[in-house]
Design a binder for this molecule. Structure first.
Ligand SMILES: O=C(O)c1ccccc1NCC(=O)[C@H](O)[C@H](O)COP(=O)(O)O
Length: 205
């Protein structure tokens, strides 16, 4: 069964609907690089509203270590997700489990970076290019998904209700991640797209 992370939540009602429809994880974006950025207070409200067994993820991108520590202490997410140029050593300093995003938009260079984060709980392979932010809606070549890494791999980038089944068939990921493909506007989730996305993933089981 492919797990599902619905990312870029800015409203409690959207995150709750995702959980009710069967999402395994929700994400909130706290970096200023994002048009989906939420405050510490908003992030805490969304994370606190989640039922048991739904993983909560907070995204940062080349942010200050003090800010990341404040997120851990205040929001208390299940996982962090680092989306920038953070090193394995930098990510580990907090002693908190994390995902490391790898930009797949620039081809083979990404395949080397995949080996640079042995302490990440999982690797999120995203369609954005190096130096670009996530949540871009950009797809990468799913056949580049490696199958010789020990860590769980999360497929992201431009996934929609219409293409996610084919993406799973080609890439065979541990989980899929979606932000813009389930939105009506940045940070505003569309209930029908959310429902269709989760149903399309579940239908692949
Ligand atoms: O979503 C953002 O705005 C964002 C900004 C900066 C860094 C990361 C960001 N999102 C990270 C995610 O995990 C997204 O879900 C992932 O990039 C996929 O997005 P999309 O292509 O829109 O489905």
């Amino acid at each position: 069964m492919t797990r599902i992370k619905c990312c870029g939540m800015t409203r409690v009602e959207d995150a709750l609907l995702a959980a009710q429809l069967g999402a395994d994880a929700i994400g909130v974006v706290m970096t200023a690089h994002s048009k989906r950025q939420v405050s510490l207070e908003q992030a805490k409200t969304i994370v606190d509203a989640m039922p048991p067994f739904v993983t909560t993820v907070v995204l940062c991108m080349d942010d200050d270590a003090g800010f990341v520590q404040e997120i851990i202490d205040t929001v208390r997410p299940s996982l962090l997700q680092f989306h920038g140029t953070e090193s394995d050593e930098w990510c580990r300093q907090f002693g908190h489990p994390y995902l490391k995003a790898i930009a797949m938009g620039e081809g083979t260079a990404a395949l080397y970076q995949l080996r640079d984060h042995p302490h990440a709980a999982g690797l999120l392979l995203d369609g954005h290019g190096l130096g670009e932010a996530g949540g871009s809606g950009k797809v990468f070549d799913w056949s580049l998904m490696p199958h010789d890494l020990k860590q769980p791999l999360i497929l992201a980038g431009g996934l929609t209700p219409a293409n996610v089944a084919e993406a799973i068939r080609v890439a065979r990921p541990w989980a899929v991640d979606v932000a813009s493909g389930i939105e009506s506007a940045p940070g505003i989730k569309d209930p029908a797209k959310l429902r269709d996305f989760i149903a399309a993933v579940r239908a692949t089981a």
